[in-house]
Design a protein around this ligand. Structure first.
Ligand SMILES: Nc1nc2c(ncn2[C@@H]2O[C@H](COP(=O)(O)OP(=O)(O)OP(=O)(O)O)[C@@H](O)[C@H]2O)c(=O)[nH]1
Ligand SMILES: [Mg+2]
Ligand SMILES: [Zn+2]
Length: 310
């Protein structure tokens, strides 16, 4: 039989068939993606073959179809291991907030760079608009302008009072969508408000740290009642990049990409070289300073290249 992995808890995988029946599966043998060592051989979103056993509630995964794409991150603690968050995604939505908890552009840009590398269309959602101060609204406006100018759709929403949710429904419909972001930004709450048929567990914000409590513990794919799928994911504190050469990073910044062939040196790192087109654009103000700062941060990331060839 064929199905999609909708949840994985490490040793068990919940597989959903076309007619939305669920089967608890285990893995047979060894599965590995060539070139990358991962902590999870099978991920949410994987299309698999499985063999039901006994009464059909349990089964065994026998094959994984090739992935169209996947989102992978390096766990900060397990610096030599990569974790596949999900595969076969149509669109990655970075769920952010200006406050409670605050999302930095450094975090947003790391996810965007990864999405660019794996050719997954990405967008940025600013949630919790209902609690923004006037100052927070101004900051949000300028970030939305920035990301929209780079080609990333942006949304301002409130899961709590429903602002902007209807617009989201129309773009999520009939697609496989993934929500990623810090704990407590409201990923699960937003999915609940998008589809009233779902009641995913949500958590409080700690009043001491102003951060979420890591309520969602495993990535899970939820079918949407109006068509398509939502993958809810656990909150990420830091997003570690996997499998990048430093030369590649600039190419994953769309506003740099167009300029790269104008730099005097082919191997320009856009840090201190004379005749650098990126630095010239930065000085002229056509490249955003925060984006450039985040680019430098990624260049200096020590464990960038953790490719582990077999
Ligand atoms: N005021 C306000 N609160 C919100 C909004 N969206 C979510 N919240 C609250 O924020 C808290 C965290 O929401 P969750 O949906 O659990 O956050 P999450 O991103 O799924 O967090 P993790 O599962 O830990 O990654 C809850 O108390 C929600 O009620 C919003 O738009 N406005
Ligand atoms: Mg959650
Ligand atoms: Zn340059």
């Amino acid at each position: 039989m064929k199905g999609i992995v909708v949840k994985s808890t490490g040793s068990w995988y919940i597989v959903m068939t076309d007619d939305k029946k669920l089967c608890n599966c285990r893995l047979k043998g060894q599965f590995r993606i060539h070139g990358i060592r991962t902590t999870n051989p099978v991920a949410v979103g994987d299309h698999v073959d499985f063999k039901p056993e006994g009464t059909g509630e349990n089964g065994i995964i026998t094959a994984i179809a090739p992935r169209a794409n996947y989102i992978v991150r390096r766990s900060i603690n397990l610096s030599k291991s990569a974790h596949i968050i999900a595969s076969n995604i149509d669109r990655l939505y970075i769920v952010a907030s200006i406050m409670l908890p605050r999302t930095s552009t450094g975090f947003i840009d790391r996810l965007l760079v990864t999405a660019e590398a794996y050719h997954i269309p990405a967008a940025v959602i600013f949630n919790k608009s209902d609690i923004y101060t006037a100052e927070a609204h101004l900051r949000c406006e300028s970030l939305m302008k920035l990301y929209a100018s780079l080609g990333y759709p942006t949304f301002l929403v409130s899961a709590l009072i429903g602002t902007g949710v209807e617009e989201l429904r129309s773009v999520l419909c009939n697609k496989v969508n993934l929500f990623a972001g810090h704990s407590g930004v409201g990923k699960s709450a937003l999915i609940n408000s998008i589809d009233s048929g779902l009641s995913i567990k949500t958590g409080e914000i700690s009043s001491y740290h102003n951060k979420g409590m890591h309520t969602t513990t495993f990535a899970e794919m939820h079918p949407l009642s109006f068509g398509g799928y939502m993958i809810d994911t656990p909150g990420i504190k830091e997003f570690g990049l996997v499998h990048f050469e430093s030369q590649e990073i600039a190419e994953r910044f769309p506003e740099f990409r167009a300029l790269l062939h104008n730099c005097r040196y082919n191997n320009c790192t856009h840090v201190h070289e004379p005749g650098c087109a990126v630095k010239t654009a930065l000085d002229k103000g056509s490249i955003n300073q925060e984006r450039y700062h985040n680019y430098l941060g990624l260049l200096n990331d020590e464990n960038l290249d953790m490719t582990d060839y077999e």
